[in-house]
Unconditional design. Sequence first.
Length: 143
Amino acid sequence: MANVFARRKPFRLTPPLVPEHAAQKQVCDVLRLELAPPGKVSAAGVVWFAIDHANYAGEVPGIRIGRGIVAGLADLFFLYRGQAFLIELKTPAGALSEAQQSIAAAVLSAAARYGVARTAAEVLALLDSWAIPRRRRLRDQGT
């Protein structure tokens, strides 16, 4: 009699995929701790907010485009010392769309900063690389 268990693949644990909206909520919670509430100026002069365009197409997409709402805008927007910084949040399996690539190119050509992050730790690493001051309430690893 053949061994039934010999044909099975070994059991491996894999981390659950966090939906993009849940990941963005987590990142925003971290930014509240590290900077300030969204739309408020931190003690160091940093202001940030999220850009919600989840329902970009809407019922009549031409109306949104006419109001200047375009596809591909980054999820997070930061202002510090007169400079703009944008971060696009992606899931581990996510990739930039053509519209997001176009916006990234436009942002960079306008001398602003643009980054892509998949975790709150990566968002903090981008802020640190851009010398945006934060409170450092969270450890750099494991956030």
